[in-house]
Design a binder for this molecule. Structure first.
Ligand code: GDP
Length: 135
């Protein structure tokens, strides 16, 4: 998961991390970083060519973010459930994006959408030895 620049700017990091803990998602890696255009571009490579791609990169490099590696049974599905829909207008009541997101772009958090992407995305920011796995 990533707490995106709007989440950090609006001081929602604590609230968002609290959500993870309350939902039994174990934090095994966490760092505050500022993404470069190169890293953000590679991270969101799947969206390259889409109309919002350049804006997304500008936004993701506009401020600090918190990158978080999580561990749990069904971590991706459970984390996606508490994040809510991409557009906060469609996000279910009580989800992170319904509570804290500003817009479809500035939507407070990123969450990996599949276990494969989760592994790939954790690898962007953490080496094996960085991760304090609980099992
Ligand atoms: P996610 O997995 O729920 O984050 O959604 P996607 O993978 O589809 O999109 C990645 C990110 O791109 C979203 O979280 C938004 O920040 C941004 N995004 C997606 N769709 C749009 C759009 O239609 N317009 C804009 N401006 N940004 C978008």
């Amino acid at each position: 998961m990533i707490v995106k620049p709007d989440g950090v700017r609006k001081r929602h990091c604590g609230d968002i991390i609290s959500f993870l803990e309350k939902n039994d998602l174990d934090i095994i890696g966490m760092r505050l970083v500022k993404l470069t255009a190169t890293t953000a571009g590679e991270f969101y490579d799947i969206h390259r060519g889409k109309p919002f791609y350049n804006d997304l990169l500008a936004y993701m490099t506009s401020g600090k973010v918190i990158v978080i590696a999580l561990q749990a049974e069904n971590a991706v599905a459970r984390m996606r459930e508490i994040i809510g829909a991409t557009n906060p207008r469609d996000a279910a009541e009580g989800t992170i994006r319904q509570l804290y997101a500003e817009s479809i772009e500035s939507n407070a958090v990123h969450g990996s959408d599949t276990p494969e992407n989760g592994r790939r995305e954790v690898g962007f920011f953490f080496s094996e030895k960085d991760l304090l796995e609980t099992t």
